[in-house]
Write a protein that binds this ligand. Structure first.
Ligand code: GDP
Ligand code: ADP
Length: 223
């Protein structure tokens, strides 16, 4: 990317406008993107997803699951809740077993999101993130979330209201243990994001988005 297409000076409106024009000329803003948020339970995947939809207007891609609804979750808002019978009526781009339940994301869901918005966001386990990178390398941006202390993750699940026995089962599952580490296949592609302090995480996300081609407006940087 040429020098005028990037700037680290976010307080200079003219430089930002030149950067936007330059990126437009390269067709960067015409591209579809899907931000895949992955990581172990309790690292903040859903919280980050909500920040990207609320602050940036990204389109949330809902996925399907056979797990039970948690308190406060709604069908068609948090997930499409399925039974073992209805689950495979969907056309999945990828699907996995996670902690003895099924989860899957459909191509239709992603395409629907892209009809409304060039930027979509989805929460997946690391296996799903690898599938997305294999199938759509140009469009997929992976964020891998972690915390500096794994005890924090269990605490957060309890604070979220998850039942103690379910937290234990979830954290003991081979998939949750696997996702505590960034898989080799994601090393070169995923952006690591330490989510200890929420204020810092938000700043980090804002900066990362500019780096990966988010269409900033000069006005975003005033005040
Ligand atoms: N591969 C894949 N993973 C999914 C899908 N939907 C959700 N997940 C992942 O399944 C795991 C369990 O999700 P959930 O039961 O909501 O628990 P949470 O991680 O504690 O919020 C998480 O890692 C999600 O990112 C999907 O469609 N495909
Ligand atoms: N940086 C943070 N500091 C403190 N609590 C957080 C932070 N990020 C998320 N949480 C809280 O931790 C809990 C689990 O977060 P969530 O986004 O549901 O995790 P995940 O989807 O990865 O399982 C939620 O109650 C959320 O509000």
């Amino acid at each position: 990317m040429s020098e005028v297409c990037v700037t680290s000076d976010f307080f200079d409106t003219q430089k930002i406008e030149r950067m936007i024009e330059c990126r437009k000329a390269q067709g960067e803003f015409d591209m579809k993107h899907v931000v895949v948020i992955t990581g172990a339970p309790g690292t903040g995947k859903t919280t980050v997803r909500n920040y990207l939809t609320e602050k940036y207007g990204m389109e949330k891609v809902l996925t399907h699951t056979t797990r039970m609804k948690r308190v406060g979750e709604q069908d068609g808002v948090d997930y499409y809740f399925e039974t073992d019978e209805t689950f495979f009526r969907n056309h999945f781009l990828e699907h996995v077993d996670y902690d003895d339940k099924k989860y899957g994301s459909s191509l239709e869901g992603l395409q629907r999101a892209w009809e409304d918005n060039d930027w979509a966001v989805i929460v997946l386990d690391t296996k799903g993130a690898i599938s997305y990178l294999r199938k759509m390398p140009a469009e997929t941006l992976v964020l891998y979330l972690e915390t500096s202390d794994q005890k924090k993750q269990a605490q957060r699940l309890a604070e979220r209201g998850d039942r103690v026995e379910l937290i234990k089962k979830r954290l003991a599952s081979q998939e949750a243990k696997r996702d505590l580490e960034l898989p080799q296949e994601l090393h070169a592609h995923a952006q690591l994001l330490l989510n200890d302090d929420w204020e810092q995480t938000k700043h980090y996300l804002d900066a990362w988005l500019v780096k990966v081609g988010w269409k900033v407006a000069a006005s975003d940087f005033q005040d």
